[in-house]
Design a protein around this ligand. Sequence first.
Ligand SMILES: Cc1cn([C@H]2C[C@H](O)[C@@H](COP(=O)(O)OP(=O)(O)O[C@H]3O[C@@H](C)C(=O)[C@@H](O)[C@H]3O)O2)c(=O)[nH]c1=O
Length: 179
Amino acid sequence: MEIEKYDIEGPLLLKPKVFRDHRGFFMEAYNKRVFEELGIISDFVQDNHSKSVKHTLRGLHYQVNRWQAKLVRVIQGEIWDVAVDIRPNSPTYGKSVCATLTCANQHQFYIPVGFAHGFQVVSETAEVIYKCSDFWSPEDERGVLWSDPQLGLNWPNPDSPILSDKDLKHPEFKNLRLD
Ligand SMILES: Cc1cn([C@H]2C[C@H](O)[C@@H](COP(=O)(O)OP(=O)(O)O[C@H]3O[C@@H](C)C(=O)[C@@H](O)[C@H]3O)O2)c(=O)[nH]c1=O
């Protein structure tokens, strides 16, 4: 497993070792012991799987009270994935880190608690799976407006994103809700 750190403390880009042979490939997608050795001590309790069509943009999402660390990967297609630092006392508050995740590169994006998360689909369709360190809690769901210029995010297709009704209505970053 290769690991890349970012300028922002916390998120990691993980490049698992992939064993290829005439049958295809094998990889350990998650190994609690190895991840803990890397300092990723999240106790993952829920796996999510979504499929989206090209230009779909999901985000930017986080939960309060039941904060979720996430381990994101793509099993079909390609996405641009982003995590925005919303830890109030962080020196990098409001800054973001991103990763291109594809079924070919097998990379995984580890997003600790304290970040808002979103992605946009670059390929015709993409299937994304991610582990979460706490359960979904609808009343604790919060969001930030994906297009807020203050965040300065370089979405692959900002002109015609496909969004949920919910994602159209999130507040701007200056009105971030942490309660
Ligand atoms: C997030 C979630 C949704 N749902 C349901 C609620 C709703 O009817 C349907 C679709 O939900 P959403 O529109 O919120 O799905 P989506 O926009 O894909 O939400 C996800 O976006 C990415 C970026 C994240 O980081 C996730 O934590 C999550 O917020 O699925 C669950 O049953 N469990 C869950 O954990």
